[in-house]
Design a protein around this ligand. Structure first.
Ligand code: ATP
Ligand code: MG
Length: 443
């Protein structure tokens, strides 16, 4: 039987909250999600909004996406929607696409607890991790196999009521994030739930229930077995979801950060001056601010910042061994990137621009001749400049250099020469002047 700490599922009665007593309105549900819900219902299936959509609407927040639960099997879902694709091995899910919006439709599944472990459709590793989980079940079983109580609330499209089997409504009101079932077992089944705990605690501002919190430090090492690609996804959700600062603090607090960014964690743990941690924290703060202001963010910049300390230290070592700044940036960048890939993979479309941001840091120090003009044309200039700005904010790059670039960008092309001139040491004035006129006549 599933053990839920102080909640006993045998005595817990499902609670149904009628439409008149909760705040979810169809006006706040996307029209695509409503279409899916109604089509399933009209075809005679059970049809519920579930997961983050219900949770966020009850909290008066705008959901990131909408998930639907149904008793229709994946093939039956596919037959109902032309714009539908079946995905996933671990979970077979249907994705119904409407333009850029994707509604995720999942068939109710039975508990993944040990009792189901003997059946052939649930596969476990020795650590208790679930590899496959395709035992279909009832609505109630589906509720119990979800991760957190606040994520297991169902909005019934038939009568617009909310159904709660696991005490999620009370936890939601109290601001408690509580794992369903025995926390240790649930984290072992899927260690990513530890990262989800941190993410939801940060995002919802809720407190992780002491029982769900207790095993975190001890079980963190299980994250080592999770495929690097899945960790990349999770890290991205955690740090690019608007609550990166809190998420980072919680990860460090529960000692989970080191399973994601071991090289960075090592630097942060050994540093006494507090400056590298300030850099990472400042970068995350900047990410949250940009998101709040609707300015785009990219994993490339985020990863460039998260890995900068190890890169910088490696660069220093290489330069002590005689490498030039550019060589050091290139080699250190390649090394740290490939070492990090073993923990959280980074797709090429992000790792290439990330390395360019690093590579451009020593180049930003060249202010004479044609170099700064070429720099302005570089597709990654803006990101590299923003990065330099962050470095200067924590005292790692000179403020004067940043100010120089700030001016250089805004000056009209004819006036830029006054700056490349001013930036050059007095005794070498002649050469840049010549080059400048060459640059002028060329452009
Ligand atoms: P958001 O979409 O805002 O990030 P969410 O709660 O909707 O949050 P999803 O990853 O979209 O999160 O998952 C949808 C639902 O599926 C969750 O609310 C939860 O009920 C269930 N779920 C997702 N991942 C897991 C997991 N690893 N273990 C158990 N249940 C899960
Ligand atoms: Mg969701």
């Amino acid at each position: 039987m599933i053990n839920q700490g102080d909640i006993d599922p045998a005595t817990l009665q499902p609670v149904t909250i009628p439409r008149s007593e909760h705040a979810i309105s169809r006006a706040n549900i996307s029209s695509s999600a409503l279409k899916v819900l109604y089509r399933l219902k009209d075809a005679g299936f059970q049809s519920y909004l579930v997961g983050g959509g219900v949770r966020d609407l009850l909290l008066g927040r705008e959901p990131k996406d909408f998930d639907v639960g149904t008793d229709a099997r994946p093939e039956q879902i596919k037959d109902l929607f032309r714009n539908c694709r079946l995905i996933g091995r671990r979970f077979r899910l249907a994705h119904v696409r409407f333009g850029r919006e994707v509604i995720e439709v999942a068939t109710f599944r039975a508990a993944s607890a040990t009792e189901a472990a003997e059946t052939s459709d649930v596969a476990h590793t020795d650590e208790g991790r679930i590899l496959r989980d395709n035992v279909f079940g009832t609505l109630e079983e589906d509720a119990w196999r979800r991760d957190f109580t606040v994520n297991a609330l169902y909005y019934d499209i038939r009568d617009f009521s909310v159904v709660d089997y696991v005490g999620g409504l009370e936890d939601l009101k109290a601001g408690t994030l509580r794992l369903i079932g025995d926390p240790t077992q649930r984290y072992r089944e899927d260690p990513v739930r530890m990262l989800r705990a941190v993410r939801f605690a940060a995002k919802l501002g809720s407190r992780i229930h002491p029982d769900s919190e207790a095993p975190l430090q001890e079980l963190g090492h299980l994250l080592a077995d999770i495929p690097a690609a899945r960790l990349f996804e999770e890290v991205t959700k955690l740090f690019l979801g608007g609550c990166a600062v809190t998420g980072f603090e919680l990860l460090r607090h529960y000692d989970l950060f080191r399973y994601l960014f071991p090289m960075t964690d090592e630097v942060l743990s050994h540093e006494e001056q507090g400056f590298p941690i300030t850099f990472v924290a400042r970068a995350l703060e900047n990410t949250d601010t940009r998101l709040a202001e609707g300015i785009p963010v990219t994993p490339a910049f985020l990863y460039a910042a998260l890995l900068w300390e190890p890169v910088r230290l490696r660069m220093q070592e290489l330069q002590q061994q005689g490498a030039s700044g550019l060589e050091a940036a290139q080699i250190a960048g390649n090394q740290i990137t490939s070492e990090q890939q073993g923990f959280t993979s980074l797709p090429k479309r992000f790792s290439l621009p990330m390395r360019e941001i690093w590579m451009l840091q020593p180049r930003l120090e060249r202010r004479r001749g044609r170099a700064p003009y070429r720099m302005l044309e570089h597709p990654r200039f803006r990101a590299a400049y923003d990065f330099l700005l962050l470095r200067s904010e924590v005292g790692e790059a000179s403020k004067e250099l940043v100010d120089w670039w700030t001016q250089f960008q805004v000056l009209n092309p004819d006036d830029r020469a006054t700056l490349t001139d001013a930036g050059a040491p007095a005794k070498r004035r002649r050469r840049p002047r010549k080059r400048r006129s060459a640059a002028k006549s060329g452009g």
